[in-house]
Every structure is written in structure tokens, then in C-alpha cells.
Design a protein around this ligand. Structure first.
Ligand code: ZN
Length: 710
């Protein structure tokens, strides 16, 4: 999410990753003789190749200096005006923020997809200044007063909501504090940003520091091909001469490596070693995060009191859709059923394999094995049917069918559209079938690029919709799929396909917004716990038979996926998921607890809450709170519950589509979804929008049914 698009709403310390290193003026800015306009093409898209890494620091400083001057002039105007408060404080501010928003947006994007040491250093060096200017401006009393006056003008409901959120954001940034308290607030914010950065680096470094090197091990050959490829690739980067079949192999603690090993490696002792290392991440020696956790919690409490709140949970929930009582009620209701189901699943494994005890490091392995036995299903069997290009085409056809949009790939060579990598594609989105009515566009960056591209997948905004700046929305969709290898096309796992649909769902909300006030268009201004609704909603379509069968064709024979395989996918999709739900509830509860209570022993808290919500006890050495990045260095502090909250809404919303066979009826429903949830963005209260689509408030029935908890 681009920080400046959100104006001041997210200028709280925990949202940022920045390094407190000093800034030096090293290079002449490339912008001194160059207008920012030159960095955009005729379509308004960034010319990525013109962003020179060695001038980033100076370019950014130059833009910030201009912003400071422009903001000062704007403040004078705000003080002297007798009318047009909204226009000045929102639209004119949007205009002067645009250069930094555009420039810094591209730089941030490049750090994620085209990173190298030069870029990283420049980014880290200048980041504190970007944060500082954001913080300083969000504490402008003149702007705050102007927004207050604007709130009394004759505004529409979207504008009213923007003003309300802007004021709230500034209040939470300490705009109303006395000068000495303001200073204290800034110090705490800065310290928190440092702590959160240190916390993240400790996790990263402790993960990077762990390697399990495996040589001459016959057990490895019982693992799937793609796992061996992964471990052999890792071994090569560690300087070994390795092949997938012969090794040596290097197993690490990052997600795909850990998951694959814990579910597929057949011998318990090595699983135990890896498991123990994973639960102790960032809890030992120089990477120990324990003290950081205490300090982060203490400072957040101090910050909350400074702002007149009881604790950080109150601050967090004051900006969310959910209320405290609703969260507890909902999670406890689910937990009552899912804990029982989790215990049953656990017992099922024990009795099936005749085990007296079941060790924590053996659960995933046996559960996976039981799944394979019971459903005769292997993830690997699905892959040959999921060719990236076909999946994409299927997704676009679905979008046409339910949302009435046409998506067309652009010939970037012919149109001279700049890309950051040759695998990236650029698409235009049209309303209906009208090739004159372009409403948005997006970049799609599909494949893994170790070394320069971050792992995971995400949607980010490149350009936001704005009436004032006459901009159409442009999105970045970034995935990390397998590139075409050895003459094979790019084949996706089922979960890769879900990820593509997920990010595309975020993209749809950004691109199909009908709000043209930039501050509330697309995903801007949407409550954090509602933002995952369209993305998780789209995931459900991967299991929709007609949709899946429309693109699942074998890469060699072009035969559609057999019914039998489809049925297996369906029957195993929620197999043994209760313990995953239990874990997420445990995370949500611990997150709320630590931000609400005085803690003197975090491990004690971990034990107490896990006993209550998990089906089996955690390991004595479990130091999970030392690597819970979401709540100590991500934006999820006192908000982790958002995942479940949005999932419940997405399944509830999808339930009305589920059994509809008739295409016309599907389109009616799809258009209703488009015109409410996708179109109204952050301009309307999310509960109101939801009710407009569903005709009622969300409930957890579909969720409970989906996971077999009724
Ligand atoms: Zn998401």
C-alpha cells in the first residue's frame, strides 16, 4: 500500500520499515534539470528505466524540499481563506503531495521487484526523511483547523467520511497535544519505528542464519520433485555443487522450505530439529527479540495514554469495522466448535497410525499422509492442469461473465510502455465490451526472481483514481510462480492459483472503484478489517466447478481435468483445517491480550492463551512471540483478528453465488457485487456497503458450514 495515497491515516510508527541511518548528499539530483513529468509517459505510467538508483537520495530530498515549500504556501492560504476549505485542504493538498506520492511509490515498488544493494542503501538512507515529513505535516494545526472548518461545509457523504478519517488520523498523530507532549509523542513514535525495524531484522537474520545441510540421505528421495528442486537450488546458492536427485540439499526456515519438509520428509528426528529451530526463531543470543517485545508493548501503552486512550486496542479498534465485543463473541463462538474438531482430528491421526503419542513436529506429516491415504490425492497431480496462461485467460473470462469487464493485453513494445522486467505484462480493463471505455489498467509480474524480488504475492497501487488529477487507476499485481522450465510452460500449484485470484480481487477493488475522490477511491480509506473481503471472495472461484474446468487443461494433452480429480480437490479442501483455525484464533487472542494488559511474563501469557484455544499444548521451547512480525513490525497490532473477520464476510458473500447455475443470474449477482463492494471503496461505511449487497449484516453460518463446524 502506497503510504502517501493514504494521506495521514497510516502515519503511525508501526506501519513503517525504516532504518535509522544517516543521510549524506552523495549525488546530484537527476531532477534538477528534469521535470518530474519526464518520468511519466503519455499514458501517465512510470518510465521505470529512467529511475536511476544513484540519484534516489537527492531526488527524494529535492521533492521533499518542494513539498515543504508548497505546504507552507498552502498553510498560508488555509489561514487566509474564508471559504472553500474542503477544496484547499483536500484537493490542493492532493496536488502538492502528488510528486512524492508518485516518485516514492515507484521507488518502493522497485525495492520489492528489482532490488540490489545500491537501491536498498539509498532507500534506507532517505526513508527516515520521508517518514519525518509525513509526521511533521500530519501534526500541522493549521491543516487540522482547516479540515475542521471543511467538515461544516456542504459536503456529500463520501467527502464527510474523508474529513472524519483525516481528522482522526491527525489526532492519532498527536496534532492536538501540547508542545512538550508532541515532542514526547515524536520520540516514542521514532523509537517504536526503530524497535519494529530491529524486531523484523532479528527475525530475518535468525532465519537466514539457520541451515540444515543434508547429504547422502535416501529419505530425501521420497520427497516430491518440486521440494528437491527447491532444496537443491538453495544448496547451489550456498556454494554446493548440487542436483535435485543427488543433493546435497539445504533446508531453511522460510515458509515454502519449512512447510514442504514438515509435511513430506519421512523421518521424525530431522523434522524435530527443523521444528525446534522454527519455534525458537529470534529468541536466542544476539537475535533475541524478548526485550524488544516488552519495550514495544510498554511504548504503545504510553502512546495510547498520551492520546487519551485506555490502551492500544482502543486506538486500533477506533479505526476498524469490528467492535471488541463482536470480535470476542465471534471468535469464541467459532473456537467452541473448532477446538473440539481439532481434538478429534488429532485423535484420528493417532488411531489411524496406531501412535501412542503425537509429537508437535509429527502432526503436519501424519496429517498430510492421512489426507493422501484417505483421498488418494497429491498436490503434484493437479499441477500439469494449471498452465499459467490458461489460468489467466480463465480468470479474465470469469471477470467478463460476472463483472462485465474486458481485459486486453497491451503490446508494450509497440506502444513503448516501459517495464521493469521482460516477463511483466501490461493489461487494459474496459467496461463491458466497449474498447473505447478504458476504466483501468494493471501490470502483472508473474514469476519468482530470487535475489531481486521479494517472496510472497501482493497488490499495490501504481496510480490511484482521481477526479482532480484526472487519473485512472493502475495496479501492480505481483506473484511468485515458477517460470517456464525445460520446455515446459509455467505450471501453477493449486495454491498459486488461489493466490492469483486473491491478489486480483484486491486489484478489482482498486480498479473498479467508482469513487473519484482520491482519498477514498479503491482500497484507500477502507477499514483494515474489511480490506481482505474482495480478495478472499475471489479465492472461492477456484473451487467453482465451471470456472475451474474452463481453464484446467493438461499442458501436454490439452484434456480437461477429470471429474475424479476435481472431486478429490473438493473433498480434501477443508481436511484437518480446524487446527489452522484454532491457531489463528490463538494468534488473534494473544494479540488483543498483549496490547490490552500489563505483561510481566510474555511466555506465561503464551502458555495460558494457547491452552485455552489450541487442541494440544504448545512445546515448552515455543517462543512464538519473538517472531510474530504481524503485530510487532507489521500493520496488524491489535488487529490480527482481521483475517478471520474478513474471511467470514467473504464466505458469507460467496454463499449467494455458490449454487447459481444460470449465467444471467450470476451476472446479476456479480454486477451487484461490483456496484457495491468493489465500486464504493472507502467512501462508505463497510458495514453499510455490505448490507447493501447482502440485504443483511454478515454472519458466520457460511463459514461454519464451509469448515464442517455445524
Ligand atoms: Zn490480501
Amino acid at each position: 500500500m502506497n503510504i502517501f495515497v493514504l494521506f495521514f491515516l497510516f502515519f503511525t510508527a508501526e506501519s513503517f520499515n525504516f532504518n535509522n541511518s544517516k543521510c549524506y548528499l552523495k549525488n546530484k539530483s537527476s531532477l534538477i534539470n528534469m521535470n518530474l513529468k519526464n518520468l511519466r509517459d503519455k499514458n501517465g505510467l512510470p518510465k521505470f528505466s529512467l529511475f536511476k538508483y544513484n540519484t534516489i537520495e537527492d531526488d527524494t530530498k529535492l521533492i521533499i524540499n518542494d513539498l515543504k515549500k508548497d505546504f507552507k504556501k498552502l498553510e498560508e492560504k488555509m489561514e487566509n481563506t474564508k471559504s472553500n476549505f474542503y477544496e484547499i485542504s483536500i484537493y490542493e493538498r492532493e496536488k502538492i503531495f502528488y510528486p512524492i506520492e508518485f516518485y516514492w511509490g515507484v521507488i518502493s515498488h522497485l525495492t520489492s521487484v528489482k532490488n540490489n544493494n545500491e537501491l536498498r542503501t539509498a532507500h534506507e538512507n532517505v526513508m527516515p526523511e520521508v517518514i519525518k515529513i509525513g509526521n511533521d505535516l500530519s501534526q500541522s494545526k493549521i491543516l487540522y483547523n482547516c479540515l475542521k472548518k471543511a467538515s461544516k461545509e456542504n459536503l456529500n457523504s463520501i467527502q464527510k467520511r474523508i474529513i472524519k478519517k483525516e481528522l482522526k488520523g491527525m489526532e492519532l498523530n498527536g496534532v492536538n497535544l501540547e508542545d512538550n507532549k508532541k515532542e514526547e509523542f515524536r520520540e516514542i513514535s521514532l523509537r517504536l519505528a526503530n524497535l519494529s525495524n530491529k524486531y523484523r531484522n532479528n527475525v530475518l537474520d535468525s532465519v537466514n542464519n539457520y541451515k540444515m545441510i543434508i547429504k547422502d540421505d535416501k529419505n530425501m528421495l521420497k520427497m516430491p520433485e518440486y521440494s528437491l528442486e527447491l532444496y537443491s537450488e538453495k544448496a547451489k546458492t550456498e556454494g554446493f555443487k548440487s542436483t535435485p536427485k543427488k543433493g546435497p540439499w539445504v533446508v531453511t526456515l522460510d515458509g515454502p522450505s519449512l512447510y514442504s519438509f514438515m509435511t513430506k520428509y519421512p523421518e521424525s528426528d530431522k523434522r524435530k530439529d527443523l521444528y525446534k529451530a522454527s519455534i525458537k526463531r529470534a529468541s536466542e543470543k544476539k537475535y533475541d527479540n524478548t526485550e524488544l517485545v516488552y519495550e514495544i508493548l510498554k511504548l504503545n501503552q504510553k502512546l495510547s495514554e498520551l492520546l487519551g486512550y485506555k490502551n492500544y486496542v482502543d486506538i486500533s479498534l477506533s479505526q476498524k469495522m469490528a467492535t471488541e465485543s463482536k470480535i470476542y463473541k465471534l471468535l469464541n463462538k467459532i473456537s467452541k466448535k473448532s477446538k473440539k474438531k481439532g481434538i478429534e482430528d488429532y485423535e484420528e491421526i493417532k488411531s489411524y497410525f496406531g501412535l501412542k503419542d503425537l509429537n508437535s513436529w509429527d502432526v503436519a506429516y501424519y496429517s498430510e499422509k492421512l489426507k493422501e491415504d484417505k483421498f488418494e490425492f497429491k498436490e503434484e497431480d493437479v499441477k500439469p492442469y494449471l498452465v499459467y496462461e490458461n489460468v489467466l485467460e480463465g480468470l479474465f473470462k470469469l471477470s467478463k461473465k460476472i463483472f462485465d469487464i474486458s481485459i486486453v493485453e497491451v503490446n508494450t513494445d509497440k506502444e513503448k510502455i516501459d517495464l521493469w522486467n521482460e516477463d511483466v505484462k501490461y493489461f487494459r480493463v474496459y467496461d463491458g465490451s466497449d474498447s473505447k471505455n478504458e476504466i483501468a489498467s494493471f501490470y502483472l509480474d508473474p514469476y519468482i526472481r530470487p535475489g531481486e524480488k521479494k517472496g510472497g504475492a501482493w497488490m499495490d497501487d501504481c496510480v490511484g483514481k482521481s477526479k482532480y488529477l484526472n487519473n485512472k487507476p493502475v495496479a501492480y499485481l505481483t506473484l511468485n510462480g515458477t517460470p517456464p522450465l525445460n520446455g515446459k510452460p509455467s505450471l501453477m500449484t493449486f495454491s498459486d492459483v488461489e493466490t492469483l485470484f486473491h491478489e486480483f480481487g484486491h486489484g478489482l477493488q482498486h480498479m473498479l472503484t467508482e469513487v473519484d475522490e482520491s482519498a477514498a477511491a479503491g482500497i484507500n480509506n477502507i477499514e483494515w478489517d474489511a480490506v481482505e473481503l474482495p480478495s478472499q471472495f475471489m479465492e472461492n472461484w477456484c473451487y467453482h466447478k465451471k470456472t475451474l474446468m474452463s481453464f484446467a487443461k493438461h499442458y501436454q494433452t490439452n484434456k480437461t481435468m477429470p471429474d475424479d480429480l476435481y472431486n478429490k480437490i473438493m473433498s480434501q479442501k477443508t481436511f484437518h483445517k480446524a487446527n489452522q483455525i484454532n491457531r489463528q484464533i490463538y494468534f488473534s487472542m494473544i494479540d488483543l491480550y498483549v496490547y490490552q494488559n500489563d505483561i510481566d511474563d510474555i511466555y506465561n501469557v503464551q502458555k495460558k492463551i494457547s491452552d485455552k484455544y489450541l487442541a494440544y499444548p504448545i512445546d515448552k521451547e515455543d517462543r512464538f512471540l519473538c517472531s510474530f512480525e504481524h503485530i510487532f513490525s507489521g500493520g496488524y497490532s491489535a488487529g490480527y483478528y482481521s483475517y478471520k473477520w474478513a474471511e467470514i464476510m467473504s464466505l458469507d458473500a460467496f454463499s449467494v453465488f455458490e449454487n447459481v447455475e444460470d449465467d444471467k443470474e450470476l451476472k446479476n449477482l456479480g454486477m451487484k457485487f461490483r456496484k457495491t463492494i468493489l465500486a464504493k471503496g472507502g467512501g462508505t461505511d463497510p458495514l453499510k456497503v455490505y448490507k447493501e449487497f447482502m440485504g443483511r449484516e454478515p454472519n458466520s453460518d457460511a463459514f461454519m458450514k464451509h469448515y464442517g463446524l455445524i
